[in-house]
Design a protein around this ligand. Sequence first.
Ligand code: ZN
Length: 251
Amino acid sequence: MGIYIYQAGYHPAILMYHQITEENAKTSALVVDPFYFEKQMQFLKEHHYNVLPLEEFIAQLKTRKRLPFKTVTLTLDDGNLDNYTNAYPILKKYNLPATIFLVTNWIEKPHFLTWKQIQEMEQNNIRFGNHTLHHAHLPSLSFEEAKKEIIENKIVLNTHLQHPLPIVCYPFGGYTVSIQNFLKENGYLAALATSSDGFSALDDLYALRRVRISKSSNSLFIFWIETSGYYGWIRQMQKKLKKWKKSWKKS
Ligand SMILES: [Zn+2]
């Protein structure tokens, strides 16, 4: 038929983590307690999820064939030190691949990763992508400055890593069409945004949406929904329901 119809709302999830630490795990939406992180990784393993490295996940999305059910990929943003001290031992224990997005200006600073740790992780299934030089909100910059944030970060990654990923993760999820076009024209494979609203992995390879894992995901039932591939579809339905309810009240 030529036209490919993606199976009824199924969009395999790109999971988004930031910090994995006990500190602030109860208050910050960007922190997951290592105890629950381990429960989540164990859940993926025990339930035979297809946990793909990000580059493979993207390569498969590009073929536009349906990815198997229970496919997910793991990402962690910012390069916090706890990614090495807390997340990495757990990922290694369950033999799961993950991608960490680095802000190279933060590397070697207190509470962030060192190059030695990064290189060790790279030997063991962890890949690293581009999160700009200064964690810049790209739409607030001139196009030239935005490009510089991406290009210069890439140069630093290339000098320290064996397999840096040509994948950008937009800080704060911020991007513009010209930045997307720049990435498309310059050999980047894809780019990741943040929001899970209207999540559709196939919408746009240069603004792939992710599912944020936060303390509500401590419940494995919630985590199961978030990793199901139907989370975005459920969120959209919830929104529609809200709208309908409002319009009924008005009429
Ligand atoms: Zn970030």
